[in-house]
Design a protein. Structure first.
Length: 178
């Protein structure tokens, strides 16, 4: 099955569920015979291991790999050149994956927050969206989507946080939050 018209989705906002929504769409697409590729930015390699355990072979991770198995936080305003290089490599890989035409659905998880943090230039992401072939569905996730990004998308979901356990000091739990 090929899509006649691929659209652009954005899942943004401060609430929990942006990646979960994108992965839910991926499962639905796979069930319908569509080929899906997931590209993650800025996440820890524990998610990479999880995706591999699920045997999702169309996956690439572009986060910090200096200390495998250990999370390396990137802070806005304290972005290093190595962090920018890794993100740029991810965006180049995403462009190749999107434009080569092998995949019907491509997910760029946390790419929006990578722009907000200054790892990627918004203009580069906007240019990538323009290069998207007509039959590719493109999903972008991450907090802080700009009005420019929202303007070029066909679907925009703002995931609002109403209440979260973190507000009570409960840290992220394996299997639930990551």
């Amino acid at each position: 099955m090929k899509l006649e018209k691929g659209l652009v989705h954005i899942y943004t906002g401060e609430g929990k569920g942006k990646t979960t929504s994108a992965l839910g769409l991926a499962l639905r697409a796979i069930k319908s015979g569509l080929k899906v590729y997931l590209i993650q930015f800025m996440k820890g390699d524990t998610e990479e291991k999880t995706v591999k355990q699920l045997n999702l072979t169309n996956f690439q991770y572009f986060g910090h790999k200096r200390n495998p198995g250990k999370w390396k936080w990137v802070y806005k305003g304290k972005v290093g050149e190595e962090d920018k290089q890794i993100a740029a490599e991810g965006l180049r890989f995403a462009e190749q994956t999107i434009t080569e035409g092998k995949y019907d659905v491509v997910i760029l998880d946390e790419v929006i927050i990578a722009v907000w943090f200054g790892l990627l230039k918004e203009e580069d992401l906007l240019n990538l969206i323009k290069k998207k072939p007509v039959n590719v569905e493109l999903i972008l996730t991450g907090r802080r989507a700009s009005q420019k990004l929202i303007g070029v998308a066909d679907y925009v979901s703002d995931v609002t946080k109403v209440k979260h356990p973190y507000d009570k000091g409960i840290i992220a739990r394996e299997g639930i939050d990551y």
